[in-house]
Design a protein around this ligand. Structure first.
Ligand code: 6PG
Length: 245
């Protein structure tokens, strides 16, 4: 098994553990999926195991941590990727899946509408909606969700969902803000590949200045767990040793 496959397997095990524990404790799991390419194999693995795993999908509400400004049937859509790899293959009521409307004509209004849905469904007996599990990836520049370096979304303190123009992409994105991410009960990063090694080293390193430049380094759940699952290539510039399989 490659290191990347081992990381994906570990992430699937943790994913299932957290979802099952959430449903056992609170009768529901409010989950936010990551986009990009890294989680694709994780989602396929979860879909493949659905017939012999005990994930209570009927008690799971699925949201998305960020989305691109394309329709949900577009090949670049994070929803589209998750739908094809996982959501079409698991017994989850369609009304419990909440795609992010990032290609609307009024992105600010759409972000506000999505935030209302999050607040309505996820908020329990605490003021802040607390996701049971937020899955995140990391870009080579240290972005996570669609919180990119030197963008205004990084300084948003009130809103939970924002849409913003990302200059480095030349595109708009909709994203969870740190306020929502850091309110989660559990945040799990799944990061693989050599191209992430510098960002991972900065996130886990002692260089305060370097960390300040890395959006992923600002993910720090206020009252929750943070798990970072890496393959050997992504961990290459850290002093971490591979876990025993
Ligand atoms: C997105 C993701 C983004 C992703 C990183 C890593 O919309 O692209 O949400 O934050 O996790 O860009 O992407 P890869 O997994 O493709 O390397």
């Amino acid at each position: 098994m490659s290191s990347c496959e081992a990381a994906t397997k570990k992430a699937a095990e943790l994913f299932k553990e957290v979802v099952c524990a959430s449903v056992a404790e609170r009768r529901v799991c409010n989950l936010a999926l990551a986009g990009g390419t890294t989680p694709h194999d994780l989602y396929q693995k979860l879909a493949a195991d659905v017939y012999n795993c005990d994930v209570p999908w009927a008690s799971v509400n699925v949201f998305f941590g960020d989305e691109r400004d394309v329709p949900h049937d577009h090949v670049d859509s994070n929803y589209h990727m998750a739908q094809r790899a996982l959501l079409d293959h698991i017994p989850i009521p369609p009304e419990q899946i909440h795609p992010m409307p990032a290609d609307s004509d009024d992105l600010e209004a759409s972000a506000g509408e999505y935030e209302k849905i999050v607040r309505k469904i996820v908020t329990g007996d605490e003021p802040m909606p607390r996701f049971d599990l937020i899955l995140l990836g990391m870009g080579g520049d240290g972005h996570t969700a669609s919180l990119f370096p030197r963008t205004e979304a990084l300084s948003e303190k009130e809103k939970l969902i924002v849409s913003h123009h990302v200059p480095v992409l030349g595109r708009n994105r909709m994203t969870f803000t740190y306020a929502l991410i850091n309110a989660a009960r559990h945040v799990m990063f799944l990061v693989t590949g050599e191209d992430k090694a510098d960002a991972v080293a900065a996130v886990l390193g002692e260089d305060k200045k370097a960390r300040e430049e890395i959006p992923a380094a600002q993910v720090n759940p206020v009252d929750g767990k943070l798990t970072i699952v890496l393959d050997a290539a992504a961990a290459r510039k850290t002093d971490l040793k591979p876990a025993k399989n």
